[in-house]
Structures are given as C-alpha cells and as structure tokens.
Write a protein of this length. Structure first.
Length: 93
C-alpha cells in the first residue's frame, strides 16, 4: 500500500489459460499478444505515461515437431547438390 520512493517496481501476474484450447491443435509454438492496462485510485499522486501496453507471450510444446513443407526439403537438397557440383568443378581444375 505505502510504497517507498523508487523508480522501478515489478508485478508478477499469474493466469490460467484453458488447456483444451491448445491440446486439440498441433503446433510447435504460438505467440499470444495481450494488452496490459494499469490504473490507480489516486491519479494525482502517480503519473503514468503509458496506461496500456501490449505484452507478447510465447507458448511452446516440448516434444512437438513443427511440420516442414516438402518443397523446402526438395529445394534444400537440390541446392546442396548444385553447390556440391560447383565445388567439385572448381576443385577439379
């Protein structure tokens, strides 16, 4: 209630997100963007420049494998073979 003079204070907020939202879908990581807002009962005592602030939260599932498109795999293999062929030609001479 009665805080001493200091420039920085930290607040820890704990929340629960419904588990069914994330269990039914497959993802490796997801980014949630939430909006945090601060208010005071005595605005004349506390000057707040940014009352609302967006906060990004990243949620990851350990062990979940992200899917790589087949085109990326084929393109990477072909590109690697082209680089290998170019290196062989340069070193041959």
């Amino acid at each position: 209630k009665d805080l001493g003079t200091k420039s920085d204070y930290f607040v820890n907020i704990t929340t629960r997100i419904w588990n069914g939202t994330f269990v039914s879908s497959t993802f490796q990581s997801i980014k949630l963007t939430v909006r945090a807002e601060i208010e005071t009962s005595q605005p004349e005592l506390l000057v707040i420049n940014n009352k609302a602030l967006p906060v990004e939260i990243r949620i990851t599932k350990p062990g979940e494998i992200g899917k790589v498109p087949i085109g990326v795999i084929v393109g990477s293999v072909l590109g690697g073979l082209v680089i290998l062929a170019a290196a062989i030609l340069l070193l041959w001479k």
